[in-house]
Structure formats: structure tokens, C-alpha cells
Design a protein around this ligand. Structure first.
Ligand code: HEC
Length: 166
């Protein structure tokens, strides 16, 4: 641990940048602490005001109920997981449970089942997820996700897997 170079700090106490990285100082531990507290309080108040304005923490819009995994009769999530690997979705997405290089072309698909909208435009229901997977540009003409040529059966299986990602 580097020795302190600032006057007024206890010997052996890290310099401020190091202290900040370590989550210190705690209030009252060194002379600068009291002076810093109001700034922290102000920032916290500013953040809560911003969050209130942005409406964070509100329930999702009623148009977009949380999608249900069991709502695609006959679809097989295990087969869907295999299809995801075969179709190379991981060349653009990070998908939990599918090995890949961590591509960031499209959004990571973790928590997909609890997302309100697909592609930012389509309410996330099981049927809409199948529609999206079969032909994204038909829904959002400017989207960067291509139609990868999924059959209806493959799209349903893949949707069943994605809907297990809560
Ligand atoms: C060439 C890159 C690419 C490939 C390949 C690709 N996607 Fe996408 N995907 C995207 C992009 C970019 C988006 C964001 C679309 C938008 O917001 O308009 C997206 C969006 C999605 C969404 C909606 C996610 C959300 O939060 O809105 C799902 C689900 C999805 N992709 C699944 C898949 C699956 C499954 C495959 C394989 C069958 C796949 N994608 C293949 C690029 C790709």
C-alpha cells in the first residue's frame, strides 16, 4: 500500500484516488471526509430527482405483459438451444447457455423473457417473439438483424429457449 503524501492524512493511508477505488474513506476517518459528505449527498439527491423524472421503477406498460415460456405448445426449448448454436446467433448476440465469443452486434439476450419490447417496437409476447425471429425486417424495416431463414418450427423452439431466460 503506498504511503500517504497528503498532509493531514494518517501515515500509511492510501492517497485519495487509491482510497476512492477501495471504497474509502469512511466518514470521520480522515480530515477530508466531513468536507466531502455534502457533495455526496447532493449527488444522491440529484440522482433521485433524475430517476423520478425518468420514471424508473415503474411497472412495464400494460401492452407488454411479461412473456411466458409455457405459452408455445409443442415447442421444445432443448432443441431450440441446439438450433441457436447451429444458426450462429452468437456471432451477433451474447446468449446465456450458448458458447460464443461475446459478440456485441446485437443486444445480449439475457433476461429476454422479462423484456417489454422486441427490437424496441414489438410487445414481447411468445407469438410476437416467433414473428420477430422469422423475419425482423418485416417488423422493423431499419433493423440490423437479418432474416436468417428460420422455419416456423425452429423459430418456435428457439423462442421457447429464449423465454426461459428470465
Ligand atoms: C447479423 C447480426 C445478427 C444475427 C446473426 C442475429 N441477430 Fe438478433 N439482433 C441483431 C440486432 C442488431 C438486434 C437489435 C434489433 C433492433 O433493435 O432493431 C437483434 C435483436 C434480436 C432480438 C430482440 C432482442 C431485443 O431485446 O429487442 C432477439 C430475440 C434476437 N435478436 C434473437 C436472435 C436469434 C435467436 C438469432 C439466431 C437465429 C439472431 N438473433 C441472429 C443482430 C443479429
Amino acid at each position: 500500500m503506498p504511503r500517504s503524501t497528503l498532509a493531514g492524512m494518517p501515515p500509511g493511508w492510501p492517497d485519495p484516488p487509491v482510497a476512492r477505488a477501495l471504497g474509502r474513506p469512511r466518514a470521520g476517518r480522515w480530515p477530508g471526509a466531513a468536507a466531502r459528505r455534502p457533495a455526496g449527498l447532493g449527488a444522491a439527491l440529484a440522482w433521485s430527482a433524475l430517476l423520478a423524472l425518468a420514471g424508473c421503477g415503474d411497472a412495464p406498460p400494460p401492452l407488454a405483459p411479461p412473456a411466458q415460456a409455457g405459452a408455445l405448445p409443442g415447442a421444445d426449448s432443448v432443441r431450440g438451444r441446439q438450433r441457436i448454436a447451429e444458426y450462429g446467433c452468437v456471432s451477433c448476440h451474447q446468449i446465456p447457455g450458448i458458447r460464443g465469443a461475446g459478440a456485441r452486434v446485437g443486444p445480449p439476450l439475457r433476461h429476454l423473457a422479462s423484456r417489454a419490447y422486441l427490437g424496441g417496437v414489438l410487445a414481447n409476447t411468445p407469438a410476437n417473439l416467433v414473428r420477430w425471429l422469422r423475419d425482423p425486417p418485416a417488423i422493423a424495416p431499419h433493423t440490423a438483424m437479418p432474416d436468417v431463414g428460420l422455419s416456423e418450427a425452429d423459430a418456435r423452439d428457439i423462442a421457447a429457449y429464449l423465454l426461459t431466460l428470465r
